[in-house]
Every structure is written in structure tokens, then in C-alpha cells.
Design a protein around this ligand. Structure first.
Ligand SMILES: [Fe+2]
Ligand SMILES: [Fe+2]
Length: 153
């Protein structure tokens, strides 16, 4: 592995803190999504949907900033180290675009719940889409953490 700088180590530390914060947000989102299936009454589902909505909105505000920080620091520094790491950085940036789209689609589905003619179906779509997004973001951050650890050992 090529030499890494002290700046790289401290950038990795910052990104790790952001991943921990995002991990907590994902846990809150998954908890809120789980509560969607606890109740069958429509009005209760709307209350649970409101919780899911707040989690989704919060991620809409925080996730792009994390992606931006990561691309400007750790991923850019890795790309300068080797072509193989440059390829990894490109893959991660592509996943950032896909994750942003998934999050947008998820928030759109939440918006549509209240006006839906079949609320049970709409809620189940929100749940499915939300869990898929949570799984994809968790897998993305795991892949990054493993790669960061292998570079900044
Ligand atoms: Fe990332
Ligand atoms: Fe990340």
C-alpha cells in the first residue's frame, strides 16, 4: 500500500464519526419503520408514518453533506494514491448518487401515503423502500470502513 499522510488519518477519523451518527439515524429509521407494522388502524399508521417522515427528512438534510465531505477528502485522497483506490472512489461516488435517488424516492412515497386510496398498501411500500434504503446505506458504509481500515492501518 502507498504511504498515507497524517491528514488522511484525521480525515478518516472525521468520516468515521459521521458514519457513527448516520448509523444512529438508520437505527432510528428502522425502529420507526418497524412500528409501521405494529398497528393496523389507519390513524395509528399515520402517526407512525409521521415518525418515519421525520427520520427521512433528517437524512435528506444530513446525508448529502456527508457524501460531499467524503468525496472532497478521503475519497479524493484515496484516488491520488493508486488507480485501484481511484476505482474504488468512483464506485463509492456512483453509490452516493444511487443512495440519494433511493432516499428521494423513499421520501416521495411517504408524501403520497396520506392521499393514497389504499393506505395499507402505501404504508407497506414505504416500509419496503425504507428498509431497502437502510440496508443499502449500511452496506455502503461497511464497504467504506473496511477499505479505509485497509489503507489507513
Ligand atoms: Fe460514502
Ligand atoms: Fe460514507
Amino acid at each position: 500500500m502507498p504511504e498515507v499522510t497524517a491528514a488522511f488519518h484525521s480525515d478518516v477519523q472525521l468520516i468515521r464519526h459521521e458514519h457513527q451518527a448516520l448509523g444512529s439515524e438508520l437505527a432510528a429509521l428502522e425502529f420507526a419503520l418497524d412500528s409501521l407494522i405494529c398497528y393496523s388502524e389507519v390513524f395509528t399508521n399515520l402517526a407512525a408514518t409521521e415518525r418515519v417522515y421525520r427520520c427521512g427528512r433528517h437524512l435528506v438534510r444530513t446525508l448529502p453533506e456527508h457524501f460531499g465531505n467524503e468525496e472532497a477528502t478521503v475519497l479524493a485522497e484515496m484516488a491520488a494514491l493508486s488507480p485501484e483506490l481511484g476505482k474504488f472512489a468512483e464506485e463509492m461516488k456512483q453509490q452516493h448518487r444511487e443512495l440519494r435517488q433511493k432516499l428521494t424516492g423513499f421520501c416521495l412515497l411517504i408524501d403520497q401515503v396520506e392521499g393514497s386510496s389504499d393506505i395499507e398498501q402505501a404504508v407497506s411500500e414505504v416500509k419496503e423502500c425504507g428498509l431497502e434504503f437502510a440496508r443499502a446505506l449500511a452496506a455502503h458504509m461497511d464497504a467504506e470502513e473496511r477499505k479505509f481500515a485497509s489503507v489507513a492501518h
